[in-house]
Design a protein around this ligand. Sequence first.
Ligand code: ZN
Ligand code: ZN
Length: 723
Amino acid sequence: MRVVNVWIEHPVMDLNRTFTYALKDGMNASRGVRVTVPLSGQFVTGFVDSVEENDLSLEEYSEKAGYEVRYVDKVIDEEPILNAELYELGLWMGHETVSPNIACFQSMLPSKMKPRSNRKASVQEYYVRLLDETKATSEKQKAAVEILKNGDVLRSELNKAFTGITAILEKKGIAEVYSKEKEAGYSELDIREADYELTEQQKAAIKKINESDKDVILLHGLTGSGKTEVYMQLAAQKCREGRQVLILVPEISLTPQMVSRMVNRFGHSIAIYHSKLNDQQRYEQYQLVRNHQVSIVVGTRSAVFMPFDNLGLIVLDEEHDHSYKQDSSPRYHCRDVAIHRAQHHHCKVVLGSATPTLESYARAIKNVYELVELKNRIHQNLPSSHLVDMQSEMRKGNYIISSVLEKEIRKRLDNHQQSILLLNRRGYTTIMKCRKCGKVIQCPHCDIAMSYHKDENKLKCHTCGTEMSADMVCPDCGSNNWLHQGLGTQRLYETIQEKFPEARILRMDADTTRKKNGHQEILEAFEKGEADILLGTQMIAKGLDYPNVTLVGIFNADALLGRTDYRSVEVTFDLIVQASGRSGRGHSAGEVYIQAYDTHHYGIRLAARQDYKSFFQYEMEYRHVGDYPPYKYLAAISFNSRNEEKAKTMAWQRADEFRKNEQFKTLGPSQLARSFDEYKYRIVLKGANRDQLIEAVWNWYDSIQFNKQQVKIQIDIDPYVLD
Ligand SMILES: [Zn+2]
Ligand SMILES: [Zn+2]
């Protein structure tokens, strides 16, 4: 008898072990193939890990195992859906992120192919095949047979030519219908030559990347220094060698501009893969790679799992971007996965950024990565930046917009140039506060202030989505005298529109981009010059390249500095540098105005000067003193439950246990803001040895899988933020 060991998603427990099932005669399975198996009264889908042969009968095998071994219901795939490399990658990722292997396999596949039972099947096409031409009697049937003699035809096509013919042919035994998975359109390799003459600086960078003996290259280039062109030329090189290329970009910077630039260069050889595609589209892009119909993939985080078998290059653009870290299980970092895959394929990884993470830059300085720099912009010098002290502006009565920034916007309107106004994240909500007693309206399910949306006169929770009417009296004192505090994009929009009634302003934030293509429509309108001012949240800080933009204004630049998170200064620095980079990319010089309350903070000052190296040195000292990455490794474990006592007790017990281990430091538990009605406690482990940390977390995790009670456990190795 043959048995298979199968990874399955258990409905109740996060088990990281395989279950054994017997194969019926005639069933073929191998590692990486999906099967349907019975489990607690239902059928579930799983991945085959291994196949074993033995001389026992099912009864004998069950007796030896000590439980009733059941039969596999169905083998889904003829060929492994995950090849050997991807299968190993899933196991590796499970270990690295301390998560069940099945969760890793699931996140590696487009949802149409994920091993769940309730998904819709991929699109099937129906073809007609000739069986016996002699049975055809009428002229119509004979004409159809003539067509089928040349090969199988789509049923819909045949019926279009001869209405209702297929049913007749089938009934008479002339032909039969069969189904086949729909394939995405085939395309030829289509590389066009480089459009741009490279600068000396770019040529030198490409040479250094090609000649380096390091596996990972950090391309540190100023905004506007032509990194994208370097990526594209490297990609073209690799394609000519017959190898595949993966270009990863953050969700936010996969703008229509970026996509059209890539498509213009690489024509049909390129697949685009991102989260806005629907299930079928993602599936088709995946199949294009699997069937070698494209050589280059440009995509966001999950594109790192595409089924390449001959990768020649991986690029991770804007490597510092937080969207590369998945924020649900498995909490992997795309960069780590990219580097792991590149080792398998013996190819290089290029990490590009104007503001690399401290981790990456530290590795480059220590010569673990090769450091390649682009120190000059292509067209212009860097925009000139000005810090605006909002403390003194407020004394002059300017609460939202400083007089100098107002003057500069006016100048751009007069000169028919464009401006981008960026409102920093934390400042972008307006809260509702009682003027009488000071009560702030909070979400009933989360300990977070609700945001006031004036256009709908509603309060909304940005965490769980709860909405309520803003027509209310204060629950504490009964007053209905409300103060709307804080600067939201909507309020900023109104203020700017009041000051410049003739200006055409586009607003881009979570509200205006919710509908499909909302994002794209706004940017296209701005690019065509249909607006003078683009105003928005951090989603407009990156990747945009509009030559007519000569002014960038940043509001609440220091709003993030008050956070407790260890990365808050780095994130602030990145945001200012990236946003500033949108100004003066064409032939006119650009300017940047940075409004802040604390203009002396090193993060703000150095960002205004675009001085990454000094920032790196300052910030590394703080990280060193605080024992934070890149000096130490972190693991965060959260205990979440609607029952506060259970979450708290479990967190404390665990923290006390971890504290006995002297290989690392255990901090907490600390209580986090309640959200979705769940109470949250978190402990943080800090250690110099990452493998030890992971091992300690695994040892504990293996031991608790059977008695989880009502506490949800979230494990995050190398948490990107700890806010
Ligand atoms: Zn009140
Ligand atoms: Zn809420």
